[in-house]
Ligand binder design. Structure first.
Ligand code: F6R
Length: 608
């Protein structure tokens, strides 16, 4: 996500902040900015594009004098990448500046309240509401004002704040998004990521949720939202820069897998309000939505796999027919598109050439286009009629993990919304589904914490020549993604099979020791997959089952078993994919592959 750097001390703040921001460039960003107190007021500098634009604009920071300031690299979530939307954001009088990393879920409600009170907004961001909210509550005491403000804010965030009438203090606060304090000699740093400050200090204080940091040249203080003072431990970080960029993990892919609970939560929770699913981005009335006769889904690679799962869910839950296509096939197969059909395109980058072509073709046919996209302002986001952002933050590893999980979460919301307006989902059933949906982030975390077990299993299959994945229904869709993850990063050939198809050819390839990953999460299909497991076992396969708890028969037949926590059967993609991602990751690491940059692959496929 976005990067935050703050400084207070004896050095000129702007060059230190720029230097820190430069070290956060690897995270991806589209604009950058700084606010520095120059002795009489806060000076703001912002620019779109690479950091060197801001660097040149401020002459390497020299043009902004002053010893306290905050800086930010933005990766757009709310509002296009441009100078106005870049951080910091300020109140009307320019006396309070804020930088934010995260998502303010109730920003529209807050914006309305503030607008009613006469506040004017210049940007499209969720962050600007914080600057005006601080202004609204400001009573001369920044700490109390910050506490009051966070009492009204919902979401996950890390904030750096400077007040022009208290320029000797730099404030920081966080909830769910990381924020650390760097401790120097008579100087303090603030950063979203330790990489930004390693050049200056290795002594770090980790802020916990809803703790407020007050940094002065002469010392630092911490308190809770009840204004109780807290003593915080200073620890010494011994990571090198490369490890620090990956949050201490060995690879970006592992770091991004570990971020999945957060990105799923960030995709779901702003769109669930008072027990109802609210997709403000989908500007269609309930009646229009209910009248959709057919849905087409077009996407590539992993994004296509989320579409395959979605077809099962949409048809089961909302009883609406869905066709799902690889975008590269869709664009040339002359599909029977009707005016007003809903076409959903799914893409992390928003720049995939085939998906863009599919979108344009469907638009030409008069369809309504809904894009599920991660990159704000990307081509797909600009050209679609409606955009549901996944807010997974920049994904650096070529093989997608967290964007996939966020796409899946967005599709659950859509399926449930559609089922609701078509009168297939209400009352207790809806409540139970929402409960299961909201449990997914912590269940994903539980599975991620079990990674040593997967690592142990993976270590046995490092030399595998080929691997099969089998499942039925949604489990087949999960297998498609599990198989792609494995082959793209480990270079082991793998195939996903609809388990019923085995006998029609593939079973001849099973020999002594062949690894078969069997996914069985759908209760109605357990007996079927059990027979398939027996069939491959009889031919010498070693079976790793990914299944639900208490599935004794399947456990008995399998050589290795990973059990998943309980959920609604329609949501199991999000859980079953976690061990499969980790299996692929640990096998690839064991084989010495460059997991973050697999050979021949690009992160964004912008050519046909
Ligand atoms: C696989 C992977 C690719 C992408 C595909 C679509 O791990 O990352 O298969 O899913 O290239 O890319 P986007 O989502 O950017 O359209």
């Amino acid at each position: 996500m976005c990067g935050i750097v703050g400084y207070i001390g004896k050095k000129q703040a702007a060059p230190v902040i720029l230097d820190g921001l430069e070290r956060l460039e690897y995270r991806g960003y589209d604009s950058a900015g700084m606010a520095v107190y120059d002795g009489s007021r806060l000076q703001i500098a912002k620019s779109t594009g690479r950091l060197n634009v801001l660097y040149n604009h401020t002459r390497g920071g020299e043009a902004l004098p002053g010893f306290v300031g905050i800086g930010h690299t933005r990766w757009a979530t709310h509002g296009m990448p441009n100078d106005v939307n870049a951080h910091p954001h300020v109140n009307k009088s320019g006396t309070i500046a804020v930088v934010q990393n995260g998502i303010i879920e109730n920003y529209l409600a807050l914006k309305k309240k503030l607008t009613d009170k006469g506040y004017e907004f210049v940007s499209d961001t969720d962050t600007e509401v914080l600057a005006h909210l601080l202004d609204y509550y400001y009573n001369g005491d920044p700490r109390k004002t910050i506490i009051k403000m966070i009492g009204h804010v919902e979401g996950s965030y890390a904030l750096g704040i400077v007040f022009a009438d208290h320029p000797d203090v730099l404030y920081g606060v966080r909830k769910e998004c990381p924020l650390i304090i760097g401790v120097g000699k008579d100087e303090y740093f603030m950063a979203s990521d330790v990489t930004a400050i390693l050049k200056y200090t290795r002594k770090v204080v980790y802020l916990n949720n809803l703790e407020i940091a007050e940094l002065r040249e002469g010392g630092m203080e911490f308190c809770t939202v009840d204004e109780d003072k807290i003593e915080k431990e200073t620890v010494t970080v011994d990571w090198d820069v490369s490890a620090a960029e990956k949050g201490g993990y060995e690879h970006y892919m592992l770091k991004e897998m570990m971020e999945q609970p957060k990105v799923v939560r960030d995709t779901l929770s702003p769109r669930i309000k008072k027990g109802e699913i609210v997709i403000e981005e989908l500007a269609m009335t309930d009646a229009e939505l209910a009248n959709v006769k057919k849905i087409f889904i077009a996407a590539c690679g992993s994004a296509y796999h989320t579409g395959v799962t979605a077809k099962y869910i949409f048809e089961n839950l909302a009883r609406v027919p869905v066709e799902v296509d690889l975008a590269s096939e869709f664009r040339y197969r002359d599909p029977l598109l009707e005016k007003n059909d809903l076409v959903i395109v799914i893409s992390q980058s928003g720049e995939t050439a085939d998906t863009i072509a599919a979108l344009r073709m469907a638009k030409e046919a008069g369809c309504r286009i809904l894009a599920i996209v991660n990159v704000v302002g990307s081509t797909i986001a600009r050209e679609a009629d409606f955009v549901m952002y996944t807010w997974a933050g920049p994904e650096i590893a070529v093989a997608t993990t967290k964007a996939y999980s966020a796409q899946m979460a967005a599709l659950y919301l859509l399926a449930m919304k559609l089922a609701k307006v078509r009168h297939y989902l209400h009352g207790r059933k809806q409540q139970a589904m929402l409960n299961d949906l909201m449990k997914l982030p912590e269940q994903i975390e539980l599975l991620l914490n079990n990674r040593e077990e997967i690592q142990r299993i993976a270590s046995r299959f490092i030399a595998a020549k080929y691997v099969f994945f089998m499942g039925r229904g949604i489990d087949y869709a999960i297998c498609l993604e599990g198989s792609l993850k494995l082959k793209e990063i480990s270079y082991i050939h793998s195939e996903a099979y609809a388990a019923g198809e085995l006998k029609h050819g593939t079973i001849s390839l099973i020999e002594e020791g062949t690894l078969v990953a069997a996914v069985s999460t759908q209760p109605s299909l357990y007996p079927k997959i059990l027979s398939n497991i027996k069939e491959v076992k009889a031919r010498g396969a070693v079976v790793l089952s990914i299944t639900t708890m208490g599935n004794i028969e399947i456990e008995k037949e399998s050589d290795y078993v990973i059990t998943l926590p309980e959920s609604n059967p329609l949501f199991f993609d999000s859980l079953a994919i976690i061990p499969l991602q980790m299996l692929a990751y640990y096998i690839a690491v064991g084989r010495g592959c460059d997991v973050d940059k697999p050979r021949n692959l690009a992160k964004s496929v912008t050519v046909e």
